[in-house]
Design a protein around this ligand. Structure first.
Ligand SMILES: [Zn+2]
Length: 555
């Protein structure tokens, strides 16, 4: 009881500080910065126990966010008078067994050194027996690049073997470089990421999907794949066997080469063919047999959602969304000393800025025409499942959700001349962001590391996949004012090395919130401009999600 009392107290103190600016009076110097830091102190406090879904830390976090929504003047974003959307999850740990048969011989596979296999169907036992194996190249269907690796071949019940990454298509003018007009050259697209590979394999009605792991194109080593074999989570649903192939797996490059060779095929030659539009599926003259026994548990967790109604009765059923995940990693009882993953930058900073944005929009006069949603999804740190659940069970139609503005690890290191937008170049939201940034004398920069595919690795992406245009801010600070040129990169590297996903991601004494306040103003202005806009933001030609949005809007 004592801990929850102190949490409420922090919220109460906060209320006074922020009411000043919300009433339109002149805020005391630093009051806005102090308000953001106070949210972070509350959300990243030890009482929140690292904000792990399904723990008392979740309850305290959710109660804090609800209390703040009420204080700010947001109404519940659900239709049942509550700020909470229940998210039912299943957790599962699999014990797999698997082997190939090729050239009349059995190739035994050792788990987890040769392969990882999971079944996402939520069943105690899943098996695939003597399934014919087919190599499908990169496994991609991308109409905007005139690319289809399947060529209409019926692959129902087969085991599909795929390469990781985007098809590496050479630039016709300069063959040593990648063609930026096809799969964006060296930048990662969604087609290159493993979740896409398993999804498209299921669309092909495959029995199993096996990704050949290669560290270069994946962007991470086999140790990351190995971690995929620990406890996994999925959104509970009655149709999981329609949503997932029976088995999703990865194998090492060595095992893949052995498999191809036993069937008399050359892995490297077929891999080269797979980088061309003429590629067709190639039977591997091999079969796959595998089973997975799952230990399953059910977990109840919650998304938090507040709503601010727009002033135009004809448009207020349409929404602009902001999102910032609330969850983090809880505590690690094996550590001596500090055991709590406070997650101050990841992502108390995003929630704090979202609350500050909500306050500014509530105080804005006149109120923007369309309405706003402020979503704090659960379980971002485990495959973005809270956002995925919202996307599967939207409380307001996705077709009339104009945009999602997502925040995850914000800039607490000072004022900047630039803001980094991770999906820069993908939607017409870019122009709105650039215009509003120019009003602050700032510019917008693209993600400095597009090959890592960050746009596909946070909550907004679950909405983008269903067509909602999105902006994503992750380490948005760049070109710091009155600092050395390498200051931003140094601060980011220091955070990544010392604090990212560690118990030391805590409130720091050297934070400078002057840039955070500017970002709050900027993202408030962007949301208001979209909410007042004459037209909907759109995906730009050549993006993966343009056709999805256009289909949805034609409905
Ligand atoms: Zn995060």
């Amino acid at each position: 009881m004592r801990t929850s009392t102190s949490v409420v107290l922090v919220g109460g103190i906060m209320g006074c500080a922020v009411m000043v600016s919300a009433c339109g009076q002149v805020a005391a110097p630093g009051a806005r910065e102090a308000a953001i830091v106070a949210h972070v102190k509350a959300l990243a406090s030890d009482e929140m126990e690292g904000r792990l879904p399904g723990t008392p830390g979740e309850e305290r976090t959710v109660r804090y966010l609800e209390a703040q929504c009420k204080r700010i003047g947001l109404v519940p974003g659900t239709h049942g008078g509550t700020y909470v959307q229940q998210v039912p999850l299943i957790g599962f740990i699999g014990a797999p067994k698997a082997f190939f048969t090729a050239g009349g011989q059995r190739i035994d596979l050792s788990y987890p050194d040769d392969y990882i296999a999971v079944s996402r169907r939520g069943q105690d036992h899943v098996a695939v027996t003597d399934s014919d194996m087919v190599f499908v190249g990169y496994g991609v269907v991308a109409p905007e690049f005139s690319w289809d690796d399947y060529k209409g071949v019926d692959l129902a019940g087969k085991t599909l073997v795929m390469l990781v990454g985007d098809p590496p298509v050479p630039d016709p003018k300069s063959p040593s470089a990648l063609d930026v007009a096809t799969f964006k050259g060296p930048a990662m697209t969604y087609y290159g990421r493993w979740p896409y590979k398993f999804e498209i394999g299921n669309v092909q009605r495959a029995a199993a999907v096996i990704i050949v792991h290669e560290t270069g194109p994946a962007g991470y080593g086999y140790d990351v794949v190995r971690n995929m074999g620990r406890e996994n989570f999925n959104v509970e649903s009655a149709d999981l066997d329609r949503r997932h192939a029976a088995i999703d797996a990865w194998i090492t490059l060595d095992r893949a080469k052995q498999l191809f060779a036993r069937g008399g095929l050359d892995f490297d030659a077929l891999k080269a063919q797979a980088a061309t539009r003429a590629f067709r599926p190639v039977p591997l003259k091999a079969t796959f047999t595998a089973s997975v026994r799952n230990t399953i548990r059910r977990v109840r967790t919650q998304n938090v959602i507040g709503r601010l109604e727009g002033r135009d009765p004809a448009l207020r059923a349409e929404h602009v969304m902001y999102s910032a995940h609330w969850d983090h990693f809880g505590r690690d009882l094996s550590l001596t000393g500090d055991q709590i993953f406070n997650g101050a930058l990841d992502n108390a900073s995003g929630m704090a800025e979202m609350l500050a944005i909500a306050e500014r929009l509530v105080a804005m006069s006149p109120r923007p025409k369309r309405s706003f949603l402020f979503l704090s999804p659960t379980t971002e740190e485990s495959a973005m499942l809270g956002a995925k659940y919202y996307a599967q069970h939207p409380l307001w139609p996705l077709e009339t959700t104009l945009a999602d503005i997502n925040m995850d690890i914000m800039n607490f290191w000072g004022r900047t001349r630039a803001i980094v937008s991770v999906g820069h170049g993908m939607t017409t939201l870019d122009e709105i962001l650039a215009a509003e940034a120019a009003h602050q004398g700032r510019v917008v920069l693209p993600d400095p590391e597009p090959e890592k595919g960050y746009f596909y690795r946070s909550d907004h992406f679950e909405l983008a996949k269903l067509g909602v245009p999105a902006l994503h801010f992750l380490h948005p600070g760049a070109e710091y004012r009155d600092r050395p040129a390498d200051y931003g990169q140094r601060m980011r590297d220091r955070y990544t090395t010392n604090d990212y996903h560690k118990v030391t991601d805590e409130v720091k004494t050297d934070w400078d919130l002057s840039g955070a306040v500017e970002d709050v103003d900027l993202l408030t202005a962007v949301g208001a401009a979209v909410a007042n806009g004459a037209s909907y933001p759109a995906w730009k030609p050549g993006t993966e999600f343009k056709a999805i949005r256009e289909r949805g809007r034609d409905k």
